[in-house]
Design a protein around this ligand. Structure first.
Ligand SMILES: Cc1cc2nc3c(=O)[nH]c(=O)nc-3n(C[C@H](O)[C@H](O)[C@H](O)COP(=O)(O)O)c2cc1C
Length: 417
């Protein structure tokens, strides 16, 4: 079984040395919208630690697409610094994927260029109320064309920055998920209503990204198997969307679930440490936001390994014969759990928390030094992400030196060019 996990896999034009992908998980290691040396070290540790591919999380396709002020944006200024990160990942034997995205109504940054954040539909802005932006606006055709162009241009620049793969983020409630989910898409045009219509704009984005990279990069999409909230998208919706994404050129889908506001437990298979999260926030509104979210969490079953397996298998069955690869994600904490996902027919496994706990986990599994992660899914990595060192495991105590976040990843490289 472990032999399968350590066999190569091909995703579009890219060959990974094994089946392990470090899932995109916000690092909080960018500064002034550019990656820092901390980000390079962070991802180099995953490459050195044995993953086939590591994913840089949330690279915004425009300044307006950021959800946090310093967050990385791919442009001519940041490109040499991203190049330094991908060079370092490659030097340590792994491939590099760029998760590219736009936050839509989650973009509550102070310097947003429009008075209201945009989304699939207008109405109350659930995230914006904490920032004094009560309403969001529905995207017009012109907005959709502009954002499609931004995704395509970002993908083009990612290729120049040395990335092997692009992961278009369509899950967790961000802009493209705001189109996919009936919770946020109330449109009455060709982009709302039926599951086919709700998948149309994300599929157009995917096709534009594919065209911009000309089949030279692997194109992945991270999607929700289900939203996990009443009235949200179901596995049946995800099957329709997955077919549209395959037709649009996706080489692989990474199968996630849940939405950041309504059902964050569906992302993680358990609840977040809301008291820790509130303690990490500076502003009163942010603290209040986490207090409200804590009260909205339903009674949940205990965390279990491979907690999204049932729905992932349903999507796999619904897709039928398909050339598109599927990555299982959600609660892979042991070599046995990874093996079970591969045995069930998934092509790769994606992991976040187990690798945050121990970036060298895959090499330890490969050599037989260990067969399971020490991660307890306490989710404190999510809370400490907002602290000075950025994402790390406080249990393992593996925080990077915060001073590394003051130096751009390619400092010196751009000047020398
Ligand atoms: C600290 C942290 C930050 C995350 N940030 C992102 C993100 O930026 N983009 C994303 O798609 N998923 C993000 N996730 C979700 C993970 O990629 C993954 O979907 C989730 O943790 C379930 O996988 P796991 O059980 O292997 O941890 C984050 C997870 C963690 C723990």
């Amino acid at each position: 079984m472990s032999g399968d996990a350590f066999s190569p896999v091909t995703i579009g034009p890219v060959r990974l040395k094994n089946r392990f992908i470090r899932s995109g998980a916000n690092e909080m290691m960018s500064k002034e919208m550019k990656p820092t040396r901390a980000l390079a070290q962070f991802h180099t540790a995953y490459a050195r630690g044995g993953v086939g591919m590591t994913t840089l999380a949330y690279i915004a396709v425009s300044k307006d697409g950021r959800t946090l002020p310093g967050q990385g944006v791919m442009n001519a200024d940041s490109l040499p610094h991203y190049r330094a990160v991908t060079d370092s990942i490659h030097a340590h034997g792994a491939k590099a994927s760029a998760q590219i995205t736009h936050g839509g109504s989650f973009c509550q940054i102070d310097d947003l260029s429009t008075p209201r954040a945009m989304s699939a539909s207008g109405g109350i802005d659930k995230m914006g109320v904490f920032k004094g932006r009560l309403f969001q606006r529905a995207m017009t055709r012109a907005d959709m064309d502009r954002v499609t162009g931004e995704f395509a241009e970002t993908a083009r620049l990612c290729e120049q920055a040395g990335f092997d793969a692009i992961e278009v983020h369509m899950g967790h409630g961000y802009l493209l998920n705001q189109f996919l989910s009936p919770l946020s898409n109330k449109r009455r045009d060709d982009y709302g209503g039926s599951p086919e219509n709700r998948a149309r704009f994300p599929a157009e984005i995917l096709a534009a990204v594919k065209a911009a990279t000309g089949g030279r990069l692997a194109i992945l999409a991270k999607i929700n198997l289900f939203d996990g909230a009443p009235g949200g998208a179901t596995v049946d919706d995800a099957i329709v969307a997955a077919k549209a994404f395959e037709a649009a050129g996706a080489d692989m889908l990474v199968l996630s679930a849940g939405r950041n506001i309504e059902s964050v437990w569906a992302i993680f298979g358990n609840s977040l440490p809301y008291d820790d999260l509130a303690a990490m926030q500076g502003g009163l509104f942010a603290k209040l936001q986490f207090a409200i979210l804590k009260r909205s969490v339903p009674k949940l079953p205990p965390f279990r390994e491979n907690y999204l397996m049932e729905q992932a298998l349903a999507l796999k069955a619904g897709l039928g014969a398909s050339a598109m690869k599927l990555a299982y994600l959600g609660g892979v904490q042991s070599l046995a759990a990874a093996g079970a996902a591969l045995e069930a027919g998934f092509d790769a496994v994606a992991l976040a928390r187990a690798l945050i706990h121990d970036p060298a986990l895959i090499e330890a599994w490969r050599t037989g030094a260990s067969t399971a992660s020490g991660c307890t899914a306490c989710n404190r990595c999510v809370a400490v992400m907002y602290g000075p060192a950025g994402t790390h495991c406080p249990v393992a105590g593996n925080a990077l030196d915060p001073a590394l976040k003051d130096i751009f990843a390619g400092e010196g490289i751009a000047d020398a060019a």
